[in-house]
Write a protein that binds this ligand. Structure first.
Ligand SMILES: CC(C)(COP(=O)(O)OP(=O)(O)OC[C@H]1O[C@@H](n2cnc3c(N)ncnc32)[C@H](O)[C@@H]1OP(=O)(O)O)[C@@H](O)C(=O)NCCC(=O)NCCS
Length: 143
């Protein structure tokens, strides 16, 4: 939650609340990947540098959220998180992985760089704090 609060600009209303995270992690198919500032799996008690929240389904997995602390960006941690998520999905038998982002999120470069391609658009799916509607773009990558 510390990374969540630091990483997301409230304007876009993308961050999840603690309750949303707890509820999602209470379901059997949702999991989190946490890394430290060096990209290593997080030791007990260490501060998190970034995280992924993901959901598993037969043959596919979805990246629900990804975030890296602002002061630790552009060092490859986002890429490490996506690589780790992809490897875990592959090991679990997934053939495709998905994610959805608001149109115009700069994270698109990272996603494309990791092999994701756009496969769909949901019109006016997100709403910013000031009420502006923004499309959602769905990306997929074959493993
Ligand atoms: C999206 C996000 C997770 C990326 O994290 P990150 O750790 O900065 O990601 P990376 O460092 O792997 O890659 C980001 C950029 O840094 C560059 N980079 C990676 N390693 C680098 C290095 N050693 N030196 C310089 N640049 C580097 C990458 O090429 C990439 O550049 P580009 O965007 O111009 O293509 C982060 O920006 C974030 O938390 N954003 C807010 C939350 C959000 O919007 N999440 C997505 C929606 S859920």
């Amino acid at each position: 939650m510390a990374v969540m609060e630091a990483a997301f600009d409230p304007h876009w209303r993308e961050a999840w609340t603690r309750r949303q995270v707890e509820n999602s992690l209470a379901t059997p198919h949702t999991y989190a990947i946490l890394i430290d500032e060096h990209g290593r799996a997080l030791d007990d008690g260490a501060a998190a540098g970034g995280f992924v929240l993901a959901r598993r389904a037969p043959g596919e997995e979805e990246l629900l959220l990804i975030a890296v602390r602002p002061e630790m960006r552009h060092r490859g941690l986002g890429r490490i998180l996506i690589d780790r998520f992809s490897a875990m999905a592959r090991d679990a038998g997934a053939e495709r992985i998905f994610l959805e982002m608001r149109a115009n999120n700069p994270a698109e470069r990272l996603y494309r760089g990791c092999g994701f391609e756009p496969i769909g658009r949901r019109a006016n799916y997100y709403r910013t704090l000031d009420g502006t509607a923004i499309d959602a773009i769905t990306f997929a990558r074959k493993l």
